[in-house]
Design a protein around this ligand. Structure first.
Ligand code: GLU
Length: 615
């Protein structure tokens, strides 16, 4: 036996080490015999043995003969079932092929007596009927379509082993008999001859153990190949495929397999087994000798060990999914970046608790989102706004999506506005579900600003936001100065008028002056070099000042300052600031007092936010 592929990969992962031990443990098992009813299959090397696990995010652990090609055989039946469902929908397919375990051999000529329908799509009768339902399309023959779809599952171009195909075609009289039975009962609506050839070709598609694991991971990943990101099957039908694998995938061992291993799986007479842990991983095993039921003898042992050692059994897995509720805080603890004049600031401090932010995470499904509904409804009497922050959400299933829309509706009936933020990746599904664009915000900052503005509008009235130029004495920084000091400073300071869009400050500029904004508004944005380039971190309006940090510590500017509304600034340059020591020491102390108040205000705001974000 060659272990080369595994040993060539310089992996020290304990997972690969474990798989190597597993391979060594079962390599000596001499039970079972290589299938020979298709003459060409008898040529397989009984010592070949490979184990591969592919994770849902596309990492592959492989040991042994994982790159050795063999024919997929019956494993193809699970995958073609998905294609037929896509082509015709559940009702049509179920009317022709059942989903009950049959208890008969895979090649039994057994059909339900009344309807002639095969018991399930995993026995040959069912699989041949399913093959007949696959419609040739887009210039592809049925066989080409099947090959292309299975290639999408594997993430590479697969080919047919012509020798095995011919061998089965020349000897597959029993399957031909099944085909004609199906035609007799109108389960096939035309002559089965070409359908049977397609069926023989699908069974002869060459795969490796690695391919099987990736195909399994594709099913685990809702039908999307985790390596190529290509969709191999419509996610709406993944559970149908996995269900028939669970109940009928392992021939007459299916019941015991589910009991012992607990994973949807399908095996084939070529010696392959494909198993899936839904939502998590795919497993591929290759070892040609088959046991009495027709399953790979070593494969069964390996899967029993894997399931027990790695706790993969579906029904032994009582772990609850990660809760969706990450953190919650209100608008008095965390506020938007827009600075408010102190009269508005006070109002927000008193009423900010009426904005409730709920940070969500992970996968939103019924059981993880249900506690969020409870929380939102419990908070409803105390709030006017609920923001669902989706920054750490990975997926939202259809049920959770519906629950979000219904929660919004219920809250709106109670007089609350609900919005989402940081959910760019879900914009399309939200749009389809009918969530207005205006209730989707790019980030928490803009959502908070929206809520604060709405609150202020309610409390202060429609004119709350009127930007009016202020006189010097209304500038917070100068509020301690008397009239004479103001007049003197007025004569000393420079003036800078800047139109909307102008950069008042560029990151990296020397920090050589302090700006008093007497008209308009400006926004502070992270520089292009930052990993959050362009993100706003502050908004100032008339009456506020900025640029004090550079003046105090002499360091270059750390962000850009861009004018939002035509701005007029009065400028205290470093020379002027320093000259105050000797010419106007009293005035400088008053300025410094205000500056230290501003700094402590900023620090307190940051502390509050850090405390809120820590939960
Ligand atoms: N081509 C095989 C047949 O129909 C598939 C059998 C199998 O893997 O179970 O006989």
């Amino acid at each position: 036996m060659s272990l080369a592929p595994a040993y060539l990969s310089p992996s020290n992962s304990p997972i690969e080490q474990y798989l190597r031990q597993l391979l060594a443990k079962h390599a000596g098992l001499e039970e079972g015999a290589v299938a020979d009813y298709i003459p060409e299959l008898a040529k397989a090397d009984p010592r070949s043995f490979g184990i591969c696990i592919a994770t849902r995010d596309g990492h592959i652990y492989e040991v042994g003969d994982t790159r050795q090609a063999f024919t997929i055989q019956s494993i193809s039946k699970a995958l073609t079932y998905g294609i037929a469902l896509e082509d015709h929908g559940e009702d049509f397919v179920l009317a022709k092929v059942g989903v009950e375990p049959s208890g008969d051999a895979f090649n039994a000529i057994s059909l339900k007596p009344e309807s002639g329908a095969p018991f399930n799509p995993m026995i040959n009768a069912g699989a041949i009927a399913i093959c007949g339902q696959i419609s040739p399309a887009d210039g592809q023959t049925r066989s080409e379509k099947i090959l292309a779809r299975l290639s999408a599952y594997a993430g590479r171009t697969l080919t047919v082993d012509e020798a095995v195909y011919l061998s089965e075609s020349q000897t597959g009289h029993r399957n031909r008999a099944i085909g004609w039975m199906l035609r007799n009962f109108d389960i096939l609506d035309h002559e089965p001859t070409d359908i049977l050839e397609s069926y023989f070709r699908q069974c002869a598609i060459q795969v490796t153990c690695r391919d099987l694991a990736i195909m399994g991971a594709t099913l685990a990943n809702q039908g999307r190949n985790p390596l190529t990101r290509e969709r191999a099957v419509d996610p709406a039908y993944v559970h149908n495929v996995l269900s028939v694998m669970s109940t009928c995938g392992m021939y007459d061992y299916s019941g015991e397999w589910l009991y012992r291993v607990g994973l949807p799986a399908k095996s084939g007479v070529g010696g392959g087994i494909l198993a899936v842990l839904p939502g998590q991983l795919g497993i591929g095993i290759y070892s040609p000798p088959l046991d009495r039921q027709g399953n790979s003898a070593r494969g069964i042992k390996v899967c029993e060990d894997l399931s027990r050692d790695l706790a993969l059994h579906l029904f032994a897995n009582g772990t609850a999914p990660q809760p969706s509720l990450r953190l919650t805080y209100d608008g008095s603890q965390v506020s938007s970046c827009r600075r408010r004049p102190s009269r508005l600031q006070q109002k927000l401090r008193a009423t900010g608790h009426r904005i409730r932010v709920i940070e969500l995470q992970g996968e939103l499904i019924f059981s993880t989102f249900e506690p969020v509904i409870r929380l939102a409804l419990k908070q409803a009497p105390y709030c006017d706004f609920v923001i669902l922050n989706l920054r750490y959400v990975m997926t939202i299933d259809e049920v959770a999506l519906k629950m979000i829309i219904e929660l919004k509706q219920t809250l709106s009936e109670l007089g609350l506005q609900m919005m989402v933020c940081d959910g760019e990746q879900f914009a399309k599904v939200f749009q389809e579900a009918g969530l207005e664009q205006s209730m989707q915000f790019a980030n928490e900052d803009t959502a908070l600003e929206h809520c604060e503005n709405e609150l202020l509008k309610r409390i202060v009235g429609p004119d709350w936001n009127k930007l009016t130029p202020v006189s010097l004495k209304d500038c917070f920084l100068l509020s301690e100065l008397d009239a004479e000091e103001l007049a003197w400073l007025d004569g000393e300071m420079g003036t800078r008028e800047s139109p909307q869009g102008d950069y008042l400050i560029h990151a990296g500029d020397p920090g050589d002056s302090l700006y008093l904004l007497v008209a308009g508004s400006v926004e502070v944005r992270l520089p292009e070099t930052s990993n959050q380039a362009g993100k706003r971190i502050d908004v100032f309006e008339a009456g506020m000042s900025f640029g004090e940090m550079g003046l105090l510590d002499g360091l270059p500017r750390s962000a850009n300052v861009v004018v939002l509304d035509d701005a007029v600034c009065r400028v205290i340059s470093r020379p002027l600031f320093e000259s105050l020591d000797s010419v106007r020491p009293g005035l400088k102390i008053k300025l410094l007092k205000r500056l230290s108040y501003l700094l402590s205000y900023n620090l307190r705001k940051s502390n509050d936010e850090v405390a809120a974000y820590r939960g």
